[in-house]
Design a protein around this ligand. Structure first.
Ligand SMILES: NC(=O)c1ccc[n+]([C@@H]2O[C@H](COP(=O)([O-])OP(=O)(O)OC[C@H]3O[C@@H](n4cnc5c(N)ncnc54)[C@H](O)[C@@H]3O)[C@@H](O)[C@H]2O)c1
Length: 351
């Protein structure tokens, strides 16, 4: 270890605590926090003993002693703040979704390349942990055979960000600030995990529908223009597809918790895996068997992303998930999802 790394946080809202906890758990001093709302900055500072509070993120990115900047801001501010930090030679951990669109994600990737710094994205959380890493190991061992399909389903009965979930964070409801609804907010997690498990195949077409129309009791005049439901079908060539169903609110429940259901499955010719709860489906002596491990060990969450980021900084690569280039690919698919839904037809991504 060449020197002690130091972190700063921009955006002191709900999720900043998750980043602060991760830095603290890894013994990385948080030297400053910036938020346009001084009370929010003070609150985080007093909870985590952060010596300096600022209201302008530019002041934070200029601090020489900083090595890592966490971006826990509404989505429309991810790219400008991350790029400002990268241009100042900081490594960045940016929350998901990485940006409003692929154009912004490309600018972030370029800034990271130019500055020779890492930018990692919060959607990498879906890839780290016992279940996804066990799935990845089984696939690498060939236990699934030829992969042909992956499905993700994230269904909340009533848990729309800005309405039932964190009702005081209104920016989620305004597409100019959030980039969209449940698709951009949650499909990035499933896409990140699934594409990584599939080995980042080239996506050929994207087809999607979105829906908004579940009743709400928002005050009259509130801008609310983001989808509550998204149904997505993605082709990766002719014999590999990904399908995703997402709802922030919907009149259905799956699984044991009626409030939220989250599942990813990957199917191959020889076996299949389900993540959450983890199971491996295969055949043994011609008998269909379902393997559920007695236990699995593994570290996930933001803690793991920060650990991987620190490792990358101190040892020089490999870059932490989700990398800048993967972020661009994810945002290209997200753009295609919204384009397909808008146009009412399939969108080609292979030219
Ligand atoms: N809340 C969650 O459960 C959760 C989970 C995973 C990821 N995330 C991601 O974390 C990010 C932040 O979400 P959140 O729930 O913490 O939102 P939030 O609204 O609670 O926090 C955002 C903070 O940013 C501050 N802010 C706004 N404009 C600013 C500016 N120009 N400069 C500095 N500060 C500014 C706000 O005052 C607020 O304190 C989002 O990208 C979200 O997708 C959130």
């Amino acid at each position: 270890v060449s020197k002690e790394l130091k972190a700063g946080i921009v955006g002191a809202g709900y999720f900043s605590r998750d980043h602060a906890k991760a830095f603290q758990a890894l013994g990385i001093p948080i030297v400053a926090v910036a938020d346009v709302n001084p009370q929010a900055a003070e609150r985080l500072a007093s909870e985590f003993n952060i010596p300096q509070t600022l209201t302008d993120f530019r002041q934070l990115t200029k601090l020489d002693e900083l090595d890592i900047v966490s971006v826990t801001l509404p989505v429309f501010l991810h790219a400008p703040v991350a790029i400002a930090a990268l241009n100042r030679g900081k490594h960045v951990l940016c929350e998901k979704p990485m940006a409003m669109n692929a154009r912004e994600a490309r600018q972030m990737a370029e800034a990271a390349k130019k500055a020779r710094r890492f930018v990692a994205y919060g959607s990498g959380r879906s890839r780290y942990g016992a279940a996804p890493e066990t799935a990845k190991a089984l696939i690498a061992e060939g236990k699934l055979g030829q992969l042909y399909r992956a499905d993700g389903r994230h269904i909340r009965r009533r848990n729309r960000p800005g309405i039932e979930y964190q009702p005081d964070t209104a920016w989620w409801l305004d597409s100019r600030k959030s980039g969209g609804g449940i698709a951009i907010d949650m499909a990035v997690y499933h896409l990140d995990l699934i594409l990584d498990l599939l080995g980042w195949p080239a996506v050929t077409t994207v087809s999607a529908t979105t829906f908004q129309g579940i009743p709400h009791a928002l005050p009259k005049g509130t801008r609310y223009d983001v989808e509550e439901d998204a149904n997505i079908f993605i082709r990766c060539g002719n014999d590999l597809s990904v399908s995703l169903q997402l709802a922030g609110a919907g009149n259905i429940a799956y699984g044991s918790d009626p409030r939220v259901f989250d599942e990813v499955v990957v199917l191959g010719s020889l076996g299949g895996v389900r993540i959450n709860p983890f199971a491996f489906f295969t055949e043994d002596m011609g008998i269909p068997v379902e393997v559920t491990p007695a236990w699995l060990n593994g570290e996930g969450g933001t803690l793991r992303i920060v650990r991987e980021l620190v490792r990358a900084i101190e040892h020089g690569g490999p870059p932490p998930a989700t990398t800048a280039d993967e972020g661009v690919r994810l945002m290209e698919i997200l753009d295609a999802i919204y384009k397909s839904a808008r146009l009412g037809r399939e969108v080609r991504l292979d030219g």
